[in-house]
Design a protein around this ligand. Structure first.
Ligand code: ATP
Ligand code: MG
Length: 303
């Protein structure tokens, strides 16, 4: 049996250090560039893989060098890529421009990410996993991938975790209802769940469990997290850490929490583990740089 399969965008983040971020009709100069594979679900899956889980991915890459790089990276991280579709076109990209003062401008090219059709997904393969982890697609190049997620949650019988991100929250509660009703672990941050349910996060978490969600985990940044399962509520304080780069903090948290959940830990321990993996990740620059291996945390595991 395999453990966790992710379903979300695959992006290559290209971080350009520039002398200035040009305005219309201006020029700027690139001083340096770094490529970092990203995508929210992919970051979480890599986190789980480093913790020793057997993982896979449903996503799409283009017929370009970026696609090769994204695939090679997942393979290097021991993620099974037989569910990743290769298509004509561009791979997903985020062009990130950072000037000397640290100001940022970002251009996102969803490329082929948004074009995953339901019949491109192998249901038999997906059902080999214990849990499906869903994150958002931008939906700027069509709704195919989002619609496939909705159809998939109704076509399988397995646990589902769902981190909507702001992109899906902005679509509104109705548009997410099908996914929410099939979700086992719902993993938004505070701003997202409050915007989605138009209530404070505790009330919103109750409303979410009334839809049939088993566990709601609200990420509270440096405060930690709040967990509600329809019966008990738990606050778990964040680790004290000097944050260097919080990119991917939420994705790292998800990896720790899901790991604990599938190992049968209680909710408080799952929250602790989420906070721990996130805290290790934000001590280093990059969305995945600080994601720990099992050996690095096994001594401090709650069980
Ligand atoms: N300054 C911090 N100190 C310690 N832990 C932190 C800090 N910031 C974030 N974390 C940890 O990271 C987790 C997730 O962060 P956050 O609540 O910002 O999620 P998010 O908004 O979904 O993040 P992302 O932008 O990556 O999607 C928190 O629950 C906490 O465990
Ligand atoms: Mg998030």
């Amino acid at each position: 049996m395999m453990d966790v399969i992710g379903f979300g965008a695959l992006n290559l983040d290209k971080i350009y250090r520039v002398d200035k971020i040009p305005r219309e009709d201006e020029e700027g100069f690139v001083k340096d560039v770094e490529f970092h594979p990203g995508g929210s679900a992919a970051n979480t899956i890599v986190g789980l893989s480093r913790l020793g889980f057997k993982t896979g991915y449903i996503g799409k890459v283009g017929s370009d060098g970026d696609g090769e790089l994204l695939l090679k990276d997942l393979k290097n991280e021991n993620v099974d890529v037989s569910g990743v579709i290769k298509a004509e076109g561009r791979s997903g990209n985020a062009l990130i421009f950072v000037d000397e003062k640290g100001n940022r401008a970002i251009l996102v090219d969803p490329g082929v990410n948004d074009t995953i059709k339901f019949d491109e997904i192998n249901l038999k393969y997906v059902s080999k996993f214990k849990l499906l982890h869903l994150t958002s697609f931008i939906c700027k190049n069509g709704l195919d991938s989002f619609l496939s997620q909705k159809k998939l949650v109704n076509s399988i019988d397995m646990k589902i975790s769902f981190d909507p991100g702001m992109v899906y929250v902005e679509r509104g509660l109705n548009d997410l209802m099908e996914i929410l009703k099939n979700t086992t672990i719902f993993m938004p941050n505070k701003t997202e769940i409050e915007m989605l349910f138009k209530e404070d996060y505790k009330k919103a978490a109750r409303m979410a469990t009334e839809l049939g969600i088993e566990v709601v985990v609200v990420k509270l940044g440096k405060e930690g997290c709040y967990i509600y399962d329809g019966k008990d509520e738990v606050f778990v304080k964040a680790e004290r850490v000097r944050a260097v780069d919080t990119t991917g903090a939420g994705d790292a948290f998800n990896a720790g929490f899901i790991f604990g959940y599938l190992k049968g830990m209680d909710l408080e321990s799952c929250g602790k583990l989420g906070n721990l993996v996130a805290s290790l990740n934000i001590r280093k620059v990059g969305a995945r740089a600080g994601l720990p291996r099992y050996e690095e945390i096994k001594e401090i595991l709650p069980i």
